[in-house]
Unconditional design. Structure first.
Ligand code: DGL
Length: 273
């Protein structure tokens, strides 16, 4: 298959990365997109760097078997821990969610403080904070993990008293620091935008890493002459390492439309065969 006709591979720890696939499909409707969600091993956000990096390498190898032209790491935790290794090791361009999110935050801030929220792994890795410190006084960087947000989204409690409480608990330091921009550094958080905006106030810009990343993918394809043009609607294929009970409702929540067909794959068995 010619370079531009090959698919784009996207992986996440689970279903949350479908927010990234949705945005990619919106901005690049002609591209074939192959999604792999590591639902058997989710969450990544509570695990250490070595474990997440080993999982990310295996996820990437699965997608490389499908002859992808570009790899999107649609998971903030995997981007935080494994992006450098993957970019060095793989024969295709590799894009993660952190750099595009940082660039969008830089464009949006009006001289105030900048906040970032994510899983414990992402925030502990310090990747967002280090990127922000390249151009922002460290005293104006506020980072806070929001571990319960992922479960609230997975349970569909997007507009619920529990979510309001969690926002007050996790976002208070960001509101106190009067951040003018808040990076949503986790694939699940775009679904909590209304609740987060209600708590933070309308003047705070919420940076959605899915949108920022999709724009970066468009630029990378154009740079490499890899954009698939005029071939009709691209094919969307979904692979999961486990089929969670809630996958239909949850998947639809992230994707905004039903998932017609999904295949389950056991990566260990596949690699041993
Ligand atoms: N996909 C993860 C992220 O964006 C959130 C879920 C998890 O902890 O695996 O960091």
């Amino acid at each position: 298959m010619s370079g531009a006709a090959r698919p784009i591979g996207i992986f996440d720890s689970g279903l949350g990365g479908l927010t990234v696939l949705r945005e990619l499909h919106r901005q690049l409707p002609a591209e074939d997109l192959i999604y792999f969600g590591d639902t058997a091993r989710v969450p990544y956000g509570t695990k250490g760097a070595r474990t997440v990096t080993a999982f990310a390498r295996q996820d990437a190898r699965f997608l490389l078997r499908q002859d992808i032209k570009l790899l999107v790491v649609a998971c903030n935790t995997a981007s935080a821990f494994a992006l450098d290794d993957l970019a060095r090791e793989l024969p295709v361009p590799v894009l993660g969610v952190i750099e595009p999110g940082l660039a969008a935050a830089r464009r949006s801030t009006r001289g105030g403080a900048v906040g970032v929220i994510g899983t414990r792994g992402t925030i502990t890795s310090g990747r967002y904070q280090a990127g922000l410190a390249g151009w922002l006084d460290p005293a104006r960087i506020v980072a806070n993990p929001c571990p319960l947000f992922v479960s609230l989204v997975e349970e569909g409690l997007l507009d619920h008293a529990l979510t309001e409480l969690a926002c007050a608990e996790y976002l208070a330091p960001l509101r106190e620091a009067a951040v003018d921009t808040l990076i949503l550094g986790c694939t699940h958080y775009p679904l909590l935008k209304p609740a987060i905006a209600r708590y933070m106030g309308p003047e705070v810009v919420l940076v959605d890493s899915a949108e920022a990343l999709a724009s970066a993918v468009v630029a990378e394809l154009d740079r490499g002459g890899l954009r698939r043009e005029g071939a009709g609607e691209g094919r969307l294929a979904y692979y999961l390492s486990d089929l969670p009970w809630t996958f239909r409702t949850e998947g639809e929540r992230y994707l905004g439309k039903p998932i017609d067909h999904v295949e389950t794959v056991n990566l260990d068995e596949l690699e041993a065969s």
